[in-house]
Each structure stands twice: as C-alpha cells, then as structure tokens.
Design a protein around this ligand. Structure first.
Ligand SMILES: *[C@@H]1O[C@H](CO)[C@@H](O)[C@H](O)[C@H]1NC(C)=O
Length: 453
C-alpha cells in the first residue's frame, strides 16, 4: 500500500519538464571535433612532455639509469563514447619514449603505450548555469612496454621502473592533462548564455531549461530562450506549439539545432514596432500612381470626395503580436492590423478617408550566416479585410483586396525585409560557425543540420 502511494505521489512530485523553445542535439562527430580542437589548442602534449622532464617529487632515481628524459610523446588516439545519463567516456591512448644512460654505458630507451581513461560527467554549473564536463575516475592502463635492451638484461630494473616509477609518475602527469583538455571544452561554452543583441530592439539569451541529457548516441541541451526588449520586459514564448523533438531522420553522429516556431514568434514580436509602416509618395514600384484617382477605381466614394486627384498616404499598423507558423517545407508570418488611408492635400495636409481592419500573411524564407538565422519575406495572401471606420461613407472592400495586396508586396514587404536584415542570433558554443549548415522546416520548428568543418 505504502509503495503504491509512493508511486503515485512520487510521480506527482516529478518536476514536469517545460517545453524548450530550442534544443541542441550534439552527436559524436561534433564532440570528437570539440575534444580534438581542445587537445590542439591546449598544447597539452607539449606541456606533458615539458612536465615529464621536470624533477618529479617522490620518485626515486632508477638504479643503473641516469639522465632520464622524455624523448617523444606521440599524438594520442582519442576515443569517446556516450555514457547514457552520465556524459562521455574518454580514452586517450599515447606512446611515450623515455631515454636514459644505462650503467653499462649505452643509451637505454623505454617506449610505453598508455591508455588514460576517464569519465567526463556532464553537469550544469550551479553558479553560471552553463553546461560543464567534470572528469572522474582517471585511470592509467599500461598497454605495451618495449625497450632496446635484450630481454634478459636488467629485468629487475625495468620491472621496478614500470611498477613504481611509471605508475607513480603517469597518473600525476596524465590525469591533469585530461582536466586541462576538459577546461578548454568547458571554456567554449562560456558565452552560451550571454545576451546577444538583436539590433536596437533587444536581445536573446539562450538559458538552459535543465541539466543537459546524455543518451547512447547524443547529448541534448534544452533551452528556454529569453527574448528581452531593449527598454526592459521580456516576451514570453507562446505555449501553443507541440513538444519540440529532434527529427529522427538524420544520420548517426550528426548534430542539429532545433528552433521552435514559438521562439520565432517571440523574436518577431520583438521587432513588431518596426513593422508599422507609412507608405507615402505617388510612385511605388511599377504600381499605378498612389493617388485618390487610382483608388477611386476601386472605391467610387473616393471620387465623390476628391474631385481633384491627391497623393495618398497609407498607414499600416500591426495591432497584434506577429505569429510564425511552420509546416514541413513552409513557414509563414501572420499579421493582424489596420490600414488607414489618407488623402494628402498640399495645403491642409493629410485627411483620413477610412480605416480597414486586416489580416494577411507573408511567406518566410530562411538562410544562415556564421552566427545568425536570416529571413526574407514575400506577400502571400490578404486573408481578411473589413471597414472599421470611414469618413467618406460606407463602401464594399472586395474590390480593394487586389489593390492592397499589390501595395503590401511593393511597399510594405521591402520595409519588413529591411528590418529583418538584423537576423536572429544563434547559440554561441564550442566555436560553432553556422554558415555551411543546412536548413529544413518541419512541423512547428526550423532544423539547422550542423556541419562540423
Ligand atoms: C587502449 O586504447 C586503444 C585505442 O583507443 C584501444 O584500441 C585499446 O583497446 C586500449 N587498450 C586497453 C588495454 O585498454
């Protein structure tokens, strides 16, 4: 009974994992590269060789051997394996050659192959909130030993050297090397949660939703991105999207960044103010003149109100948060707002003719730069149009639809595309450059298939 109760209440106590707004799936190809880069950048081999030549405390000199030196450390073979729910198992296999003078006068050479193994536990740093690897259980395995001495010579000295000296020196030498490499990897996460500006409008911060999860084939980092306005206040991600998942149809070892449509909705909302556009002037692209005369062809009341043709001014105001939708291969931006049209008299200035309520959508095309996702839009459809108020008397809007659709494409869309040139920043981690990556639009999300150069 008690057990059943616990099962029920314990299940209820389990924190429900919030749906992430973005997630990162890091496969083995990516982790291999990250660790190899860290090995190279940390110059760990050079440091190890230098350290090995320092006098080691607590190590007795070998009887019968003088002038011991590390002659060579071969580039290591690094093998990584995912340990589900733990992190990464790391094996660094390297060949080290030590030389010295033997008591009989000749040069003695000992070459050992050692494997250094450790578990790199993946955690979330409590202070910084960043992902962090921490090594545990570092072990040195002597895989192979060769000397240039005849095998019947000095076996005792060699054995003693291996047993006491190498076993004493190597862990102290090699295990910090593993830690050093991990520090380099950890450092490359260090700007992950920094706010990244979106032009003057605000910033995006990729905050972790929870501790990263390791499975048998990848590491998953879930983000609850914070979309912050410049003047303060954050924009919540709408909770209408389905749970964000990693599409299954990518090859093993590959890595993806998945960005939800809800996250894009919040980012577009950040730019909403810049979507208010005033269209002025008579000439707009190849359209008929932007005048009351042209307009009167669609709304006859305009002709009655303005016998002499006047230039128009069209004010577009977006009244609701923009909404981004994504279906396989297609993404759209839904906009609700008002269109107010003015006749501009050279003497008395603009006078309002009518206000229309409208709902229309734009197609969105995505592309990538090194650190941003870029967007361009084009007019899709005017979905809804109605008269909200009119100073020229009531009229039917049906005939205006095509006129307005063309006006939006020619005069509104270019302004939006100019605003969108700012791009939306992508997470900054492990030196990732996004320029060569591929994009796919799936249900409710944009997938960036990360290329590891
Ligand atoms: C040492 O590492 C190498 C390379 O990863 C591996 O092939 C070998 O099996 C390892 N040997 C032992 C004894 O762990």
């Amino acid at each position: 009974m008690l057990r059943i109760l616990c099962l029920i209440s314990c299940a209820m106590l389990m924190p429900s994992r919030a749906d992430p707004g973005a997630l990162l799936k890091l496969g083995m190809n990516f982790m291999n590269k990250a660790v190899k880069d860290a090995m190279a950048e940390s110059q760990i081999l050079e440091k190890m060789a230098a350290m090995a030549n320092q006098p080691q405390s607590g190590v007795k000199p070998i009887k019968g051997m003088t002038g011991m030196k590390v002659k060579d450390v071969q580039p290591p073979i690094i093998t990584l394996d995912f340990l589900p729910e733990v992190g990464i198992f790391q094996c660094v296999s390297t060949r080290i050659t030590i030389t010295g003078k033997s008591f009989i006068g000749g040069t003695m050479e000992i070459t050992v192959v050692v494997n250094i193994t450790a578990t790199n536990r993946l955690q979330q740093n409590e202070e910084t909130g960043l992902p962090m690897f921490q090594s545990e259980g570092c072990q040195i395995i002597l895989v192979d030993v060769k000397t240039n001495l005849p095998s019947n010579m000095l076996p005792k000295v060699i054995n003693k050297f291996l047993d006491s000296t190498l076993q004493k020196i190597l862990p102290g030498l090699m295990c910090p090397a593993i830690d050093t490499v991990l520090e380099f990897v950890n450092q490359k996460w260090s700007h992950l949660t920094d706010p990244i500006p979106v032009g003057e409008a605000g910033s995006i911060k990729y905050v972790l939703t929870s501790t990263p999860v390791t499975t048998a084939s990848y590491i998953e980092v879930d983000f609850s991105p914070i979309v912050q306005r410049q003047e303060g206040g954050t924009i919540a991600l709408p909770e209408d999207g389905a749970a964000l998942t990693v599409p299954e149809d990518y090859p093993a070892g590959s890595s993806q960044l998945v960005l939800s449509a809800a996250f894009f909705t919040a980012e577009f909302t950040l730019l909403q103010k810049s979507f208010d556009v005033d269209i002025k002037g008579k000439t707009i692209g190849k359209l008929p003149p932007h005048t009351t005369k042209t307009l009167s062809g669609f709304v006859s009341k305009v002709r009655k109100a303005y016998r002499k043709s006047l230039p128009l001014m069209t004010q577009i105001r977006i009244s609701k948060s923009p909404k981004v939708t994504m279906k396989p291969g297609k993404s759209q931006l839904d906009l609700h707002g008002t269109v107010e049209m003015f006749a501009v008299s050279p003497k008395s200035g603009p006078s309002s003719m009518f206000v229309l309520e409208t709902h229309f959508n734009l197609d969105i095309q995505y592309s990538l730069s090194e650190d941003k996702v870029l967007m361009a839009t084009s007019m899709d459809k005017l979905l809804d149009l109605s008269v909200a108020s009119s100073s020229i008397g009531s009229f039917k809007v049906k005939k205006l639809k095509e006129f307005l659709t063309n006006l939006l494409q020619e005069a509104f869309v270019p302004v939006i595309n100019g605003v969108l040139e700012v791009g939306f920043p992508l997470p900054n981690f492990l030196g990732m450059k996004y320029g060569q990556s591929e994009l796919a639009i799936v249900e409710n999300a944009l997938v960036v298939d990360l290329q590891t150069p």
